[in-house]
Design a protein around this ligand. Sequence first.
Ligand SMILES: *Cc1c(COP(=O)(O)O)cnc(C)c1O
Length: 460
Amino acid sequence: MHAQRTEQAADLRRLDNTHVWHPFAPMTAYREEGAPIIERGEGFHLFDVEGRRYLDGISSLWCNVHGHHVPEIDAAVRAQLDRVAHTTLLGLASTPSIELAQQLVERTPRGLTKVFFSDSGATAVEAALKIAFQYHRQRPGGSDERNLFATVRGAYHGDTIGSVSVGSIELFHRVYGKLLFETVSVPSPSGFRFPLGMTQSDYYAHCLDELERVISTHARRLAAFVMEPLVQGAAGILVHPPGYLSRVRQLTTDYGVPLIADEVAVGFGRTGTLFACEQEDVSPDILCLGKGLTGGYLPVAATLATDEIFDAFLGDPSEGRTFFHGHTYTGNPLGCAAAIASLALFEKNRVLENVAASSKLLAGRLRQLADHPHVAEVRQRGVMVGIELVQDRMSGRPFDARLRMGHQVTLAARKRGVILRPLGDVVVLMPAPAMPQELVTTLCDVAFEAINEATRAAAN
Ligand SMILES: *Cc1c(COP(=O)(O)O)cnc(C)c1O
């Protein structure tokens, strides 16, 4: 039996290496190392074709909420499957998309009343950018000069060209720079390497000054200010100081610039509230949702907007005020059914209370890393954690990039039955919002052992 499974796994691996081009994977290294071939999931664990069990320590890339193979969500998807798997929203409506839109409007910050569905975080952002751009051209007293987007440095908003344009992960801009449109940016208010001579509070004051300077200087040309509220995820789990988000909202309101909040990563409980904007009582003009929207089951995303924005798209069809945008699988009924079931589970299983308990547990456990010789900084908000590894804690000198230290930690954790995925040398812990504390404890135990093993090996 075991030999048979091993042989089957070897065949699959060969085919994976022959035919599957993995996202964000240096394929030469990937093919040498291989990766677990996942066959099924149960609760917060994944099982590979050889029968090995792994704890899903990154919520299957930040989207899983209630675990895998959840009876209520499975039943909702099956019930929808018995009706119809997919019908279009181009010229037709569908029961699950109507119900989901209404529920999202009920739960998201006030003022957001219209829901535009798509199928990934990047497309939710892409739609938001085009909506903002077109809105200014069509609103009463509008302007054709509003073609510039303001962003926060280090931001990540997805991989389509518009989303990459408003992101500022340096590597992507180096490769795709010529394809991207122009933006202006403000410094991220989170960091531990400050410009020479600046203390943390000097740096934050500088960030607030820059925020006001950039918004006021470019106000007449800004189509929107785009940001990830509270936590910049892919930048390395950069946690913003309290008050930053509400300051952005205040300035964008004062200068008449729409605010696009990208809650693709932080939405659906990960920072402690259902939506991150709630924590600073902020209502954006446009809100992007993805990842956890379906509980991590199916690719559905949403872009929500206010009536004021939506109304600029109304008029006689011949006026051409239509939003000319859509995707084939927009508002997929199976995905919408999963999302509705996921929202019900938030209440039934008191998921936000579980997030509060896990956040507290994580904060306590992470203190153990306070004087680790290779940990420069630990950042946490809710159940989002980034542990920044460095060669030398005192000077903050990074590890040689060729060591792929974050990746070494992933490999060490994998041997111990835990799936992690780093952001460079930032080890990310992203337990699902519904993960029980007992498993969060295991996640910490294994991650810390893996950090010790990988950094010790590099020190020798
Ligand atoms: C992951 C992510 C996206 C992109 O979502 P995809 O579904 O991968 O396209 C956009 N914005 C943020 C903040 C994200 O974390």
